[in-house]
Design a protein around this ligand. Structure first.
Ligand SMILES: Cc1ncc(COP(=O)(O)O)c(C=O)c1O
Length: 408
């Protein structure tokens, strides 16, 4: 069984374009179902929640439905473990703020140099409270994080380790379950940035045992909205960020000061409807969760084929330096593929590709510490081609023939 690309592409109206969209790690196209849900909410349910009158009750039901569906995408045990917010950046800032009460002067937090600044900056903020922040460095030979390096940083003062599931530059999948077990064995919590992972593989927070895990729905086929999972025991311990008369047990609302966006929360539920429908084509009688997993199996197969084609082209050039795993058949990488070309500037490459109507991107992608370590500045950053499951082999062929003209 292979991915039904006709069905897939029919669900994304914006793909009916002369452009090939290959900046998906920046943001994916949105599902028609999400737009329809958002419209439906505005046209039919746009009242304030919490009223006794029927339309307000219906609106609350829709909002809760969005949260319940997104909790299935995380495989969370309860919808109350899901916090909505405008972006992963904001959600992790909220998280660090709501953890302050649990940290003492001299406690330690570890962040990585592989991460986007979203999962570094909020933890550095804790230095104001006397928390010590240490950096777990990426290994520059393998472009991976090694537990042996982390081990040297851990101490009985370590309270939390923040790391990325997949770097938005490197594309290699970090073994979250193994990292989490190791970190928990040392008595610390984990906070995982899954923004670059969630569009490519099934998320399973229950299986991995993570404490905190977040990703952006606008990079996972939905609207500009994001979700943070806080495992229930952790959720209950977090400080209340909302009004004083909301106590710590007012979950998850205490983490959504001023309320989460209703229409986008409801709208995001259609991401799950889509994945369930996609998976049910391979797995007719499955539960919603089983169908989500079946959908991601199909997605992984297809994306591996796309990535493999591009990596083999780039790998055959003797002027190309691919960042991360360069073997396209390796399923521990997602098709977020960054590279530099000897003697060429990345911005110039992207500008030239614009003329071919192929949307790609250059830069440090807000993972500036990583970009500096990889010495990308001399190229004005890396070129990043980030494919997703709605891209086709024909598009990748077009990409390669355009790259060939631009690079030669
Ligand atoms: C890996 C990673 N983490 C975090 C972010 C930030 O997400 P948001 O825009 O939702 O704050 C991005 C955005 O590019 C990202 O790629």
């Amino acid at each position: 069984m292979t991915l039904d690309l006709n069905f897939v592409r029919s669900q994304f109206p914006a793909l009916d374009s002369e452009w090939a969209f290959m900046d998906n790690a920046g943001g994916t196209q949105i599902l028609k179902g999400c737009v329809d849900n958002i419209n439906e909410y505005y046209y039919k349910n746009n009242v304030q929640l919490g009223g006794s009158y029927e339309p307000s009750q219906i609106a609350a039901k829709a909002f809760n439905e969005g949260r319940r569906k997104i909790s299935t995408l995380f495989n969370a045990k309860s919808a109350d473990e899901i916090v909505f917010g405008p972006s992963t950046t904001v959600l992790l800032q909220f998280l660090s703020k709501s953890l302050v009460g649990q940290f003492n002067k001299g406690d330690e937090v570890i962040v990585t140099t592989m991460d986007h600044e979203t999962n570094i900056g909020p933890w550095l903020e804790l230095e104001k409270w006397g928390v010590i922040v240490k950096f777990w460095d990426i290994n520059l030979d393998t472009h991976t994080l090694h537990l042996s390096d982390l081990k040297k940083l851990l101490s009985d003062k370590t309270k939390l380790v923040a790391f990325t599931h997949v770097s938005n530059i490197v594309g290699t999948i970090n073994p979250v379950k193994e990292f989490t077990r190791f970190i928990h064995d040392h008595g610390a919590m984990v906070c995982v940035d899954a923004v670059a992972y969630a569009p490519h593989r099934a998320v399973d927070v229950s299986e991995w045992g993570v404490d905190f895990y977040a990703f952006s729905l606008y990079k996972t086929f939905g609207p500009h909205h994001a979700a943070l999972y806080c495992r229930m025991d952790r959720m209950l311990e977090l400080d209340n960020l909302y009004h004083y008369f909301y106590g710590k047990d007012k979950i998850p609302a205490k983490m959504e000061p001023g309320n989460a966006n209703y229409e986008l929360s409801y709208g995001s539920g259609a991401i799950v409807d889509y994945l369930v429908e996609l998976g049910s084509r391979a797995n007719e009688n499955g539960t919603d969760r089983e169908n989500i997993e079946a959908a991601f199996d199909l997605i992984t197969d297809h994306e591996t084929r796309l990535g493999s084609m591009l990596l083999s082209y780039l790998g055959n050039r003797n002027d190309c330096n691919i960042i991360g795993i360069d073997d396209g058949n390796n399923t521990s990488r997602v098709p977020t593929i960054s590279f530099t070309i000897k003697g060429k500037l990345s911005d110039q490459i992207c500008l030239a590709m614009d003329k071919h109507k192929i949307g790609i991107r250059f830069g440090d992608f807000h993972a500036r510490r990583l970009s500096d370590l990889l010495l990308l500045n001399q190229f004005n950053g890396a070129v990043r081609i980030s494919l997703t499951h709605y891209n086709t082999m024909d598009e990748v062929e077009r990409l390669i023939s355009s790259l060939d003209q631009v690079l030669n």
